[in-house]
Write a protein that binds this ligand. Structure first.
Ligand code: 5GP
Ligand code: MN
Length: 316
């Protein structure tokens, strides 16, 4: 299994890497870690990485300046590697490159993943796609740059090694990456904990306006486009709000949503032990993990909230 990646890379002259829309830390970390690894290990190969604009805090990854935000019409790659995507539509603008590639490979840890590529390396129990990339690459060829990116991904998808998805293997991978000489605490502080003033304001607003439902076992809050404009924030600034809602004592599930376009909401769900939010997200056409999942839905905030709460109630 481990040789799978090296075998596919050896057979391809041109390689594209793509991750999901609205890239998060694990998406950026796994894509950039693998990109850097291929550049350093297979110097003669053509390798490109396709992602939407990434959050500013992740731009310390030097190779992120090479990220392509548009595709060239008619371009066909020998191999397309799809990372951290539960389904192919999550690729967004790079989907045509996936569809036209001679061969496709998917590495992912979403329980909702249906193995849609030619070859698939899917482990829903893994903390992150970055940990899976760590599994697949030659350990003695991990440079500082590769280590930095993979560590970033692991930190973000484990909530700084806190969530139950952080296994002994996750800590071992992280330890090995730290031994490459990266500044782990700085990555954690600068990319996970540090917030702008506006981000903290909007977090405060979401917490103030939150409501308890289902006898205090569920918490929900939302931010409209108008409010986002008022605070001068965009979607990338709302990361972490749903996690803060989730830590409320007594709750089993947390719902946070923001307006993508007039009366269309991006919904984020988080849970503790009882509720499987990936089932709810899949029911509404999205996906994710047991304790973290998401989807988009049209309607007024109250319609969306009512629909989702009804599904949560069925599991409580
Ligand atoms: P978040 O709530 O942080 O956006 O996402 C939580 C998890 O659910 C992530 O693993 C993310 O990939 C997945 N997810 C979020 N939104 C969607 C969606 O619209 N479709 C699918 N398939 N997965 C999603
Ligand atoms: Mn991930």
């Amino acid at each position: 299994m481990r040789q799978m990646l090296n075998k596919l890379l050896a057979q391809a002259d041109s390689i594209a890497i793509g991750g999901h829309v609205r890239p998060d830390g694990d998406c950026v970390g796994s894509c950039m870690g693998l990109y850097q690894y291929i550049r350093e290990t297979y110097v003669d190969k053509e390798v490109d990485v396709y992602l939407e604009d990434i959050p500013d805090v992740h731009k310390f990854i030097e190779a992120s300046k090479d990220i392509r935000h548009e595709i060239e019409h008619g371009k066909i790659y020998d191999l397309f590697i799809c990372l951290d995507c539960g389904d192919e539509d999550r690729l967004g603008f790079s989907l045509p490159l996936f569809q036209s590639a001679k061969r496709t490979f998917c590495v992912d840890h979403h329980v909702s993943n249906r193995e849609f590529a030619d070859d698939n390396y899917i482990f829903p129990d893994a903390s992150s796609t970055s940990e899976l990339i760590y599994d697949l690459i030659d350990k003695d060829r991990i440079s500082m740059q590769v280590a930095e990116a993979l560590y970033l991904g692991i930190v973000h998808d484990t909530g700084v090694f806190q969530y139950s998805c952080a296994s002994p293997a996750t800590f071992e991978a992280a330890a090995d990456l730290l031994r490459k000489g990266i500044d782990g605490p700085k990555i954690i502080e600068d990319t996970f904990y540090e917030k702008t003033y506006a981000q903290n304001q909007v977090l405060g607003r979401a917490l103030l306006e939150s409501i308890l439902l289902l006898d205090g076992r569920c918490i929900a809050s939302y931010i409209t486009k108008e409010q986002m404009e008022f605070y001068g924030v965009d979607a990338k600034d709302l990361d972490g709000i749903v996690s803060q809602l989730r830590v409320t004592k007594g709750i089993e599930a947390a719902l946070f949503m923001y307006e993508l376009e007039p009366n269309v909401y991006k919904v984020s769900l988080r849970s503790k032990d009882t509720v499987d939010v990936s089932r709810i997200a899949q029911y509404f056409g999205g996906g994710g993990h047991k304790k973290a999942a998401g989807f988009s839905m049209a309607g007024t905030p109250h319609d969306v909230m009512n629909n989702v709460i009804r599904q949560i109630a069925l599991q409580l």
